[in-house]
Design a protein around this ligand. Structure first.
Ligand SMILES: Nc1nc2c(ncn2[C@@H]2O[C@H](COP(=O)(O)OP(=O)(O)OP(=O)(O)O)[C@@H](O)[C@H]2O)c(=O)[nH]1
Length: 352
């Protein structure tokens, strides 16, 4: 079971501001697939007939995104004998899939022990055992983003250039609208005037307020957005930030400043500090997680572009070395291509 967003208790939700008309825009297209399969205490029942079809389509996109890794992992078990050659090939396949040395060795050693302890004799059994191990490794990364805990919930979105921050913010804003959440965006990418304008146009089209300034101080933009959200009773503030490399220390310091200034506008905010990672960056993704987490104490990750040449193993590397929850994964440019991370679905796609 997974939950896109956990909802507020009903009484609180009733006091939330009215939602812009555009919220209906994509509801039919995305809502059912994103909601929990069974409702928890404070969730509303959400299943509809369209769920299985939409879910299937998401799973097939995820599978085709991870097809390369999946085929290299799966084929090595076909008709194989359980010997050193099999383990060597598996080691190479995991490393090629970006799982990194630490997670690869962990998986191999644990697998060998399991094969011995459980006296497995068939390659297919070893594959099943590997699948179970991967699931165990990745499950701690699965965590839904909860809404309604704060008013507003302030999310700061960070990442290197081109990781997919702005696109992801757009997709998330639409999902939030569908879930009756009002949204304000802070155009904190003040380096590129074009980025600010792009977000402003996007906001206008989608009935999302965008706070932007020409002054060029992203911290001030973020502060204004939080103040505005508090005054209007807006549910969620998303603060976009300019892309930067972890090695650009002054720019990393700027992120820390944005975070501090947001906290001046609201105690405890930002409650979510997210890093957007391009799934194609391989082991460099791990370095990004480490650096941004050290600087900002990340609360979550969003991994995009798992539809390209991405290999997917980087999630295992993250799980083993810096297990920051993965809230969402993206497999394309459409809104419904961004979905909550579900370890079981992911492992099923990785080892078919
Ligand atoms: N294939 C694919 N493309 C994606 C995905 N997510 C984002 N993109 C594309 O990646 C490109 C960069 O996305 P942006 O949202 O502009 O990235 P950014 O992190 O805001 O970039 P900067 O503003 O330069 O820091 C765009 O062309 C997006 O359409 C995805 O999941 N799959």
């Amino acid at each position: 079971m997974f939950s896109f967003f956990k909802r507020k208790p009903k009484e609180e939700a009733a006091t939330a501001p009215a939602q812009p008309a555009a919220a209906a825009l994509t509801a039919a297209a995305v809502t059912p697939a994103l909601l929990p399969e069974t409702a928890s205490a404070d969730n509303q029942p959400v299943l509809s007939d369209t769920v299985p079809e939409q879910k299937r389509s998401w799973i097939s996109r995820l599978k085709s995104g991870l097809a390369k890794t999946s085929s290299s992992l799966t084929t090595l078990f076909v008709g194989a004998r359980i010997d050193d050659d099999l383990y060597d090939e598996l080691e190479a396949a995991l490393l090629t899939a970006d799982a990194g040395v630490e997670a690869t060795l962990f998986l191999l050693n644990t697998l060998k022990k399991k094969v011995k302890d459980e006296k497995l004799t068939e390659a297919e059994q070893v594959k099943t055992a590997l699948k179970a191990l991967l699931l165990e490794l990745l499950t701690p990364l699965q965590k839904p983003l909860e809404l309604g805990r704060y008013q507003p919930l302030v999310m700061m979105i960070t990442g290197v250039n081109g990781a997919g921050k702005t696109t992801t913010i757009g997709k998330l804003a639409k999902h939030l609208q569908v879930h009756q959440q009002s949204v304000i965006l802070a155009a904190g990418d003040t380096f590129r005037a074009a980025a600010r304008e792009q977000l402003a146009i996007w906001g206008e089209r989608n009935d999302v307020t965008v706070i932007a300034q020409e002054s060029g101080d992203p911290a001030a933009v973020a502060f204004d957005a939080v103040a505005s959200a508090r005054a209007r009773g807006t549910d969620v503030v998303m603060v976009d930030t300019a892309g930067r490399l972890p090695t650009q220390l002054h720019l990393m310091e700027e992120l820390r400043k944005i975070k501090r200034v947001i906290a001046k506008g609201m105690d405890g905010a930002p409650q979510e500090v997210l890093l957007v990672i391009d799934g194609n960056t391989g082991q460099n993704a791990l370095a990004q997680v480490r650096a941004f987490d050290d600087a900002l104490q990340l609360t979550g990750l969003i991994i995009t572009k798992l539809d390209g040449t991405a290999k997917g193993g980087v999630l295992a590397a993250i799980a083993k070395t810096r297990p920051v929850p993965v809230y969402f994964i993206g497999v394309g440019e459409q809104i419904e291509d961004l979905q909550p991370f579900n370890a079981q679905e992911f492992v099923d796609a990785l080892l078919q």
